[in-house]
Design a protein around this ligand. Structure first.
Ligand SMILES: [Zn+2]
Length: 105
């Protein structure tokens, strides 16, 4: 299989950072035979279907800008994680009122 064609398809799939998925193969169209990873800017793919030779790797050299974005995305995911953990926590209200003391001075 033409490697440039594979790269074109993979690039067209807009693989999100830190992805590790198993999907239908975009080359042989078999179900769930295609693994796709984007780990630390390296995109790797492989099809497990015996008759399909889709396999490859794009090692993208990260530009300073990309590196910055990469670090920011790590930072963001950490912030989001903390945010979602905060949701579980009970926030102490600023003041308490008794349900039995309504309109009682
Ligand atoms: Zn395939």
């Amino acid at each position: 299989m033409d490697y440039n064609y594979q790269m074109k398809i993979i690039n067209g799939m807009a693989v999100q950072p830190n992805t590790d998925v198993r999907v239908d193969c975009p080359f042989c169209f078999h179900k769930n035979t295609f693994t796709l990873k984007n780990i630390d800017g390296k995109i790797m793919w492989n099809c497990f279907y015996a008759m399909c030779d889709a396999k490859g790797k794009i090692e993208k050299e990260m530009s300073p800008e990309q590196l910055k974005n990469f670090l920011n995305s790590k930072e963001l995911s950490l912030q989001n994680k903390m945010k979602s953990e905060n949701k579980i926590k009970w926030n102490v209200p600023e003041y308490f009122t008794s349900v039995h003391s309504i309109n009682v001075p």
